[in-house]
Design a protein around this ligand. Structure first.
Ligand code: NAP
Length: 296
């Protein structure tokens, strides 16, 4: 119920209509209140804000003026928001992008919960990561969070595969002065066939295979024959679930992780920051699973 005291949370992006965050966060807020006594109810609502790039400064000043409590950031504002913040966390600085902003005494503070989200399903495996090799497909925004996560886990080798050597070189260069020590090698796609047998973790960070192009996969069928059977194959895509890429890996005995849990866990980490309390992760996950079923 919206009251005279309802506090505002939200997500900014352009476009933002596709975002599942309002659904997930409002389900969590309702879930918290369903388990609370009347006097402990929380009074928040989470809304989508389509903000054009040229309106970003005005919008953030407006957010301060109207007392917004915190917000998520999606494409195209994840980097552009940085100069408008009072502080950026070390992990957001390392990733080079902010996906969550919260209020502190000094002003807006930006952080990045995508790394926490990416790591959450991997941390359920008891693994000696510093003996392992990660192969990451794609060198865009999400790939940065994946590289930071793999570096945090201490992978022995991190290999990033991309289409453009120029972009790959820039990607590699960008980690040199990072607050997070990251050593990685970059490769064009034609080198993947010689790398794949070494991969203990193979992550798709490209949009290839995402709804509605569900027949696509970033890898040819025969490439999976080279994959070791104990490998973990992780696709950041969450619709469809599983993707063709994950299905191809699963039938060869690999451990498959889809992108839904990352989405849930990055959202839960943000909501915990705003509310300063634990949040119902299972309700957030269920809300997304229900809508995913409708889309597929
Ligand atoms: P992005 O910044 O646009 O990066 C996409 C990357 O994929 C780029 O390196 C691009 O290569 C590469 N790529 C695109 N099409 C390709 C193709 N046909 N073949 C090979 N490589 C291709 O996008 P992003 O923000 O990183 O998002 C990537 C995916 O991750 C999306 O599907 C998104 O939904 C998903 N994601 C999921 C979560 C989650 O919580 N589960 C979070 C973030 C993102 P070039 O640089 O050469 O163009």
């Amino acid at each position: 119920m919206i009251t005279g005291k309802t506090k505002l949370l939200g997500v900014i992006g352009y476009p933002v209509e596709h975002s599942l965050s309002p659904l997930m966060h409002n389900a969590a807020i309702q879930g918290i209140n369903n388990q609370q006594a009347q006097q402990n109810l929380i009074d928040y609502v989470y809304l989508p804000f389509p903000i054009k790039p040229e309106d970003l400064n005005t919008a953030i000043a407006g957010f301060s003026a109207i007392g917004v409590q915190g917000f998520n950031i999606t494409i195209p504002h994840k980097q552009a928001i940085i100069p408008l913040l009072s502080e950026v966390s070390g992990i957001a600085e390392a990733v080079g992008a902010v996906n969550t902003v919260y209020k502190a005494n000094k002003g807006w503070v930006g952080t990045n919960t995508d790394v926490t989200g990416f790591l959450a399903p991997l941390q359920t495996y008891n693994c000696d990561w510093n003996q392992k090799v990660a192969v990451i497909l794609g060198n865009g925004g999400a790939s940065r969070a994946v590289v930071a996560g793999c570096a945090q886990l201490g992978f022995a080798e991190i290999h990033v595969i991309g289409r453009s050597m120029e972009k790959l070189a820039g990607f590699q260069q960008s980690w040199l002065n990072s607050p997070l020590p990251v050593t990685l090698e970059v490769h064009k796609w034609d080198e993947l066939s010689s790398l794949i047998s070494q991969a203990d973790l193979l992550v798709n960070t490209t949009p290839v295979g995402m709804y509605p192009k569900i027949q696509d996969s970033p890898l040819d069928e025969n490439m999976f024959d080279k994959l070791s059977s104990g490998a973990i194959v992780y696709d950041l895509i969450y619709v469809p679930n599983p993707t063709k890429f994950l299905h191809q890996a699963q039938v060869r005995g690999a451990i498959a992780i889809d992108g839904l849990e990352m989405l849930v866990q990055q959202g839960a980490a943000a909501l915990e920051l705003w509310l300063q309390q634990s949040v119902p992760v299972d309700i957030m996950r269920d809300s997304l699973k229900k809508v995913n079923k409708k889309i597929q």
